[in-house]
Write a protein of this length. Structure first.
Length: 308
């Protein structure tokens, strides 16, 4: 049997299982959905191969609730943090390192818990949460200096927004292929797996018990709306591909509408991941971060501290 036929067979069986559990045992279905929701995808090693030549870097670490977050630092100057997405890895954003170094920045790329070289997350290996992503970013910044900028991909962009709501300061922020609406993502799970409202209700209760707040409170535009009422936000550049099959570009459009002064750039033909190594995207991000006015502002960097 081919691997494709085998995969299709397992998927058909999974859908049939969820449909049966919707009526026979929705609590069991909710537990299965909970595991699937928080489980990270397995990324083959060949996909993670380094595609650019990098200078030697310095290993860096940060403590997070008894676990170690690990990364690499290059250069000196105002610090730009590279923040991967769900199932990503630090050097997925490696294409940004050389031009940022040439522009006079220090660059730090790191792995979120349960990713790459970092320790397993709070709920064990292969799992993570948005609060854990946000906490990892803030822990790195607390350990290694203020963020002049953050370049965040996909789920990392959503987590950066959460970190801003929890006290993160930065001069400039770049969102690439931003993930924005997780209630809609649950709808995709529902259509894909075939479960119904009974499993969904129980899953939502499990989500609150695990995370401490409802799923809807993590919607990025909602968080930004609240932030705008409280304080000034960093300058934002949002770049998204119109053909992104994982995170719709309309999410970045919505962000740009509510984020004061945000700049939106839409691309074509790059999808969700190739956008991270496209030369024009890399150039646009570097230019946005390294304008004369922006670098001058970093003379008095913002401060970020983790709560006690």
């Amino acid at each position: 049997m081919s691997s494709k036929k085998s995969t299709n067979g397992r998927f058909i069986l999974l859908r049939a299982t969820f449909r049966a559990l919707e009526y026979a045992a929705p609590s069991v279905g909710a537990r299965m959905l909970d595991r699937a929701w928080f489980r990270l995808p397995v990324v083959p090693e060949h996909v993670q191969r380094l595609r650019v030549e990098l200078p030697p870097g310095t290993p860096v670490e940060a403590a997070l609730n008894g676990r170690t977050v690990r990364g690499t630092a290059w250069g000196s100057g105002p610090t730009v943090y590279l923040f991967h997405g769900w199932g990503g890895w630090a050097l997925q954003l490696a294409a940004f390192v050389p031009p940022l170094l040439e522009s006079g920045f220090r660059v730090i790329a790191f792995d979120v818990p349960s990713h790459g070289a970092s320790d397993p997350g709070e709920f064990g290996p292969g799992t993570s949460t948005m609060p854990e992503f946000a906490d990892a970013l803030r822990a790195m910044i607390a350990a290694h200096g203020p963020a002049y900028g953050v370049v965040a991909h996909s789920f990392g962009a959503a987590a950066t927004t959460l970190a801003l709501a929890e006290g993160l300061s930065a001069r400039r922020v770049v969102y690439l292929s931003a993930a924005t609406d997780f209630a809609t993502a649950l709808g995709h799970f529902r259509r894909m797996l075939g479960f119904g409202p009974r499993i969904e209700r129980r899953f939502r209760r499990r989500f609150i018990r695990r995370i401490g707040r409802p799923l809807e409170t993590f919607e990025v535009v909602r968080i930004i709306d609240e932030l705008v009422e409280e304080r000034d936000l960093p300058s934002l550049l949002a770049i998204h591909d119109r053909g992104d099959a994982e995170t719709p570009y309309t999410g970045s459009e919505q962000i740009a509408k509510v984020w004061p002064g945000a700049r939106l750039e839409l691309t074509a033909g790059l999808g969700h991941n190739r956008i991270l190594r496209d030369p024009l995207v890399v150039l646009s991000v570097t230019d946005f971060l390294s304008t004369d006015q922006a670098v001058a502002a970093a003379a008095e960097p913002a401060r970020e501290t983790m709560p006690g």
